[in-house]
Design a protein around this ligand. Structure first.
Ligand code: URA
Length: 431
C-alpha cells in the first residue's frame, strides 16, 4: 500500500476501505507518512466527505493509535458525556456529580477552552490544587473508589487525533463533519466508558450553526459509538445564547455550586436534569427518562450531588474549603453593572460575541498554552424573549483591567439586540 494512492482515491471521490484507513493512520502516527501527505488527505476528505463506514473506520483507527482504557473489573458500567462546546457550558461540573450521586460511575476526560468556547479543565482549576493530570491508574482507582473522575486527556489517548487536529488547525480542514465526528468519538472510545451521551450544540455560538448540520454530526457520532459497542445517544441543544448566566471560569464554578445547592438559573438546571436523565437511562440505572429526571432532581434536593462534587475535589487534590466557602474563589478587581441603553424585547444575547468578549477580558486563550485569568468574565441577567425596561440591569462585567473592561462593555452591549415586538424564548433542546 502507498499513502499517495490513498490520497488519490479520496481525491477522486472513492470510498476508502478499513485497511487503507488503518494503514494511513498507523503510518501518520509513527511518522512514516509525513505531514504534507496527511494534510493533502485531510483536504481531500474536507472537500469530498466520507461515508459513515469510512468515518467509523477513521474513529476506530485513531482510538487504537494509543491506549484504549479497559474498565473491565473496575466498574460494571461507566458513563461519559461530551458537549460539542459553547459559551457558559458548565454542564459537566454539575451533571457528573448528579449522575455519580445516583450510583452510576462517571469517568470523563475533558479539554481546555480554545477561542470563544470555554473548557471544563480551566474552570476546575479555579479551585487551587485541583489536579487535571491523573494517570490511567489513578483514573481507574478513583473511578472504583468514588465513582467520579473529571480529568484531562492522558498523553497516550488517541495520539493520531492530536497530530491530525494540529494539522487541520493550520490547513483549513477543521470544519469537516466526518473529521469532527471521528475526532470526538475516537477520544470517547479510547476513554473506556461503556455508555456515552453526546450533547451536540447548534446556533450562533456553536461549531454547527444550523440544525441539519448538528443533526448530521449527531447521527454520525451515534453510529460510530454503537459500532464500537458503546451505548450511545445524542441530544441537540441550543447555543444561540449562553447556557445559564455566568461566562468565565470561577463565575461558572460558582453557578455550578448554586445549581448543586438546588438553585441556579432555570435553563441551566433544566439542561442538567435532562442530560443526567439520559445518562442514567444509557447507564441502565433507570428504565426511562422520567425516572432518571426524578432521580437527578433528588440528588440536588438531598445534597448528595453537592457532596459528590466535594468528594471529586478532595480526591483530585483540590482545596475543599473553596467548595464550602465559594467566596474564596478568585474575584476580579472591578465588578461593573451595565444598564440597558433602551427598552424592548431581547431578540439576541449572542453567545459567540459574549464568549469573545469574555476571552478579551482574559477568561480564555487566543492560542494553545496562553495563560488565563480565572476571575474575569461576564454575568448576563436576561435571556432571549425577556422584556427589558430602559435602565434595567443588563449584565455585569468582572474585569482586572480598566481598558479591557471598556472594550468588553462595548462588545457585550453589541451582543444584546432589542426588538419592539414580542420575541419567543429559545428552546433548550431541539431534538
Ligand atoms: N472537537 C474535537 O475534539 N475535534 C474536532 O475536530 C472538533 C471539536
Amino acid at each position: 500500500m502507498r499513502a499517495v494512492d490513498i490520497i488519490v482515491k479520496k481525491r477522486d471521490q472513492g470510498e476508502l476501505a478499513r485497511d487503507e484507513i488503518d494503514y494511513f493512520v498507523r503510518g501518520f502516527t509513527n511518522g512514516d507518512i509525513p505531514d504534507y501527505q496527511a494534510s493533502a488527505w485531510a483536504m481531500a476528505v474536507m472537500l469530498n466527505g466520507m461515508t459513515p463506514a469510512e468515518t467509523a473506520s477513521l474513529a476506530m483507527a485513531m482510538a487504537n493509535s494509543g491506549t484504549v482504557l479497559d474498565l473491565t473489573g473496575v466498574v460494571d458500567i461507566a458513563v461519559d458525556k461530551h458537549s460539542s462546546g459553547g459559551v457558559g457550558d458548565k454542564t459537566s461540573l454539575a451533571v457528573l456529580p448528579m449522575v455519580a450521586a445516583c450510583g452510576l460511575p462517571v469517568g470523563k476526560m475533558s479539554g481546555r477552552g480554545l477561542g470563544f468556547s470555554g473548557g471544563t479543565l480551566d474552570k476546575l482549576e479555579s479551585i487551587p490544587g485541583f489536579r487535571c493530570d491523573l494517570t490511567t491508574e489513578e483514573f481507574k482507582t478513583q473511578l472504583k473508589e468514588h465513582g467520579i473522575v473529571l480529568t484531562g486527556q492522558s498523553v497516550d489517548l488517541a495520539p493520531a487525533d492530536g497530530k491530525l487536529y494540529a494539522l487541520r488547525d493550520v490547513t483549513g480542514t477543521v470544519p469537516s463533519i466526518p473529521l469532527i465526528a471521528s475526532s470526538i468519538m475516537c477520544k470517547k472510545i479510547a476513554g473506556g466508558a461503556h455508555a456515552i451521551l453526546l450533547d451536540v450544540k447548534t446556533g450562533l455560538g456553536a461549531f454547527m450553526e444550523t440544525l441539519p448540520e448538528a443533526h448530521q454530526l449527531a447521527d454520525l457520532m451515534v453510529a460510530i459509538g454503537r459500532e464500537a459497542g458503546r451505548e450511545t445517544a445524542a441530544l441537540i441543544s441550543d447555543m444561540n445564547q449562553p447556557l445559564g448566566f455566568a461566562v468565565g471560569n470561577a463565575l461558572e464554578v460558582q453557578e455550578a455550586f448554586d445549581t448543586l445547592h438546588d438553585g441556579g438559573p432555570a435553563d441551566f438546571r433544566e439542561h442538567c436534569l435532562q442530560v443526567s436523565a439520559h445518562m442514567l437511562v444509557l447507564g441502565k440505572r433507570v428504565k426511562n427518562i422520567n425516572a432518571g429526571r426524578v432521580m437527578a432532581e433528588t440528588s440536588l434536593a438531598d445534597g448528595s450531588a453537592f457532596e459528590k462534587f466535594r468528594v471529586l475535589v478532595k480526591a483530585q487534590g483540590g482545596d475543599v474549603s473553596y467548595v464550602d466557602q465559594p467566596d474564596k474563589l478568585p474575584r476580579s478587581k472591578y465588578i461593573e453593572k451595565v444598564l440597558a441603553p433602551l427598552g424592548g424585547y431581547l431578540s439576541q444575547v449572542q453567545a459567540r460575541k459574549i464568549g469573545e468578549a469574555s476571552v478579551e477580558l482574559g477568561a480564555g486563550r487566543a492560542k494553545k498554552g496562553d495563560p488565563i485569568d480565572h476571575a474575569v468574565g461576564v454575568v448576563i441577567h436576561h435571556k432571549v424573549g425577556d422584556k427589558i425596561e430602559k435602565g434595567q440591569l443588563l449584565f455585569t462585567i468582572h474585569a482586572n483591567d480598566r481598558q479591557r473592561l471598556e472594550t468588553g462593555r462595548k462588545a457585550l452591549l453589541e451582543a444584546h439586540e432589542f426588538s419592539d415586538t414580542p420575541v419567543s424564548p429559545l428552546p433548550l433542546f431541539y431534538e
